[in-house]
Structure formats: C-alpha cells, structure tokens
Design a protein around this ligand. Structure first.
Ligand code: HEM
Length: 141
C-alpha cells in the first residue's frame, strides 16, 4: 500500500475526518480565500472539493491514472475563480500537515516521502499547466 493511502487508512480506521481542520488552516493561511466560497451555503462545495483533493492525492501516489491530469484541469478552472496555482501546493501541504499531526507517532518516513513526492508532482503539474495556458497562440493554421 502506498504511503498516502496508509496514512489516510489510519485516519479512517479511527473515524477521524480531517476536513474541518484542513479548511480552518487553509483559511488561516489565506484569509482572502474564505469569501470565494460565498455560494457554498450548506458546505456541499467544500465537501466535494476536499473529497476530490483526497481522491487525487491517493491516485497520484498509487498509479497516477488520472490524478495529475485532474489537478492540472482544476488549476486552470480555479484560475478563473481567482485562485493562484501556488495555492494548490499550499492546500495539499496543509492537508499533509493536518494528517501528519493527527497521526502523531504513527507517522512514518515512508508516509513523509510519499506525501512529499505527491506534492512535488502536483507543484510541477500546476506550473506546467499555467505555462501552457499562458502560451501565445502563434498559429491557427
Ligand atoms: C487553496 C486552494 C483552493 C481554493 C481557494 C479553491 C476554491 C474553490 C472555490 C471558491 C470553489 C467554488 C466555486 C463555485 O462557487 O462554484 C471550488 C470548487 C471546486 N474545487 Fe476548489 N479550491 C482550491 C483547491 C482545490 C483542489 C486542490 C481541488 C482538487 C484537486 C479542488 C477541486 C474543486 C472542485 C472539484 C470544485 C467543484 C465542487 C462543486 O461544485 O461541487 N479545489 N474551489
């Protein structure tokens, strides 16, 4: 089992949902982002968003069958919402920090390495997608 999956399994076995803590830290680090969720009256958007974020980091650390592609698409979609690509790295880093804090002594070097690797891939993907979306159209022929 991959390190990311192991760490998240540990939480789910104990019925620990880190979502509220993750959003609290994201909004503490980036207060201007909270108001972007003005239309999220019942929390469904944030719930779906974090579900996707967990799903993608799990996939990236396993087979990456779609994970970095999905993150790349969302980086571009979120640009239109005013969310910078770098915020994605920050979001996943905070996810890792919260999961690591919950695990405490149960956190292993393999988990550290796996999360670090996944976050690095997410950062590279975000940078590539932004470069592509800013590239000039030189020819339509
Ligand atoms: C700090 C980083 C992020 C911010 C500030 C942010 C912000 C937002 C906001 C404001 C919306 C609501 C858009 C609307 O009003 O319709 C949204 C939706 C969404 N975000 Fe993010 N996002 C972030 C990171 C991510 C990440 C890492 C993922 C997953 C890869 C993601 C996936 C989604 C998805 C799938 C939705 C649509 C949810 C739905 O409508 O049910 N976001 N995001």
């Amino acid at each position: 089992m991959s390190g990311v999956a192991e760490s998240l399994d540990w939480l789910s076995e104990r019925d620990i949902d880190p979502a509220a803590r993750i959003y609290a830290q994201v909004f503490a680090a980036h207060p201007e982002m909270e108001r972007l969720f003005f239309s999220d009256r019942d929390g469904a958007i944030k719930a779906n968003m974090i579900y996707r974020a967990f799903e993608t980091v799990l996939d990236i650390d396993a087979t990456n069958s779609y994970g970095t592609n999905f993150v790349g698409c969302e980086v571009v979609n979120h640009q239109n919402l005013g969310v910078a690509a770098a915020a994605f790295v920050s979001f996943y880093s905070i996810m890792r920090d919260v999961v690591r804090a919950e695990l405490g002594d149960a956190w292993t070097p393999a988990m550290e390495e796996a999360w670090l690797g996944a976050i690095a891939r997410i950062g590279n993907t975000a940078a590539e997608r932004i470069a592509q979306s800013n590239a000039p159209v030189t020819s339509l022929a």
